[in-house]
Design a binder for this molecule. Sequence first.
Ligand code: C2E
Ligand code: MG
Ligand code: MG
Length: 306
Amino acid sequence: VYPDDGDNVETIMQNADTAMYHAKEKGRNTYQFFTSEMNTDAVRRQQIESNLRRALKQGEFILHYQPQVDFACGEIIGAEALVRWQDPNLGLLYPNQFVPVAEECGLIVPIGRWVLTEACRQTQSWLELGLPAVPVSVNVSAIEFRSKGFLDGIAQTLKETGLPANFLELELTESILMHDAEFSTVTLETLKGMGVKLAIDDFGTGYSSLSYLKRFPIDTLKIDQSFVRDITTDANDATIVSAVIGMGINLKQRVIAEGVETQAQLAFLKSRKCEGGQGYLFSHPLAANRFANLLVAGSEFRKVCA
Ligand code: C2E
Ligand code: MG
Ligand code: MG
């Protein structure tokens, strides 16, 4: 609106464009008036994007590893690789501070490729050192999953790093899989054929079609931490978690609980026969060398699970 949103044609058009972009983001079929915050937001994103390009070039990403623990024996049965960004000016940044922007601008594809390569390289090097290494789980974004070279990239990375395929698990969310279930079925079958394991991340937060869920070759269901948080106080969450565990057992899928923080949550999950989990009760995500120490130390978590 002239003159509030600009005193010349270019500015008005540019701001209108920004407002349109926001309207599209809100799910389309709506309208938005321009506000100055939209510009600060856009500038901030642009800044993150150009910093991300630099980060890729300069190797500023690192991986932390969070152990997945078998509740019955306390042994480490897996590791989730979680990306962090060591920005020289801003310090250590967490995925929620940059993954959404990386997904928007497509940089998640090369970043994901780096994550995959690094996770495989690291795990293979632990195997070669004779450590009791465990399979590594890597998070995959929708854009990566649908990108052209995705399957080839996985095959090539396994080949280049020498990591046995059964030491790699890919974590996908329900929304990624349900978006185009036919495409997903084919892609998952191909991955399965390669020997890679497959997990559904944040299970329960999406809209899974149960008929697809039984058709997808899924190895692991990861119950979202939002359900685990209140299992001991919220009867609905307790019911949902029990039902998911039961379903997983019947579908012969491994069920892993995310965000296990207390002994009471662990006790509940064990009583419902949940196979394992990860969370601060056991360990925060750790730098590679600290995770390696944990592997060497052996069943550090036996006492916690007893
Ligand atoms: P996610 O895959 O569901 O990962 C679990 C998140 O929960 C991690 O946050 C982890 O640090 C955190 N967490 C672990 N234990 C606990 C606990 O006991 N309590 C609570 N409150 N939180 C816990 P993080 O590392 O900040 O990652 C957030 C999300 O970012 C991940 O959720 C995943 O969706 C995404 N992400 C992380 N790494 C990558 C990556 O390499 N590629 C892609 N595409 N996404 C990634
Ligand atoms: Mg995950
Ligand atoms: Mg999750």
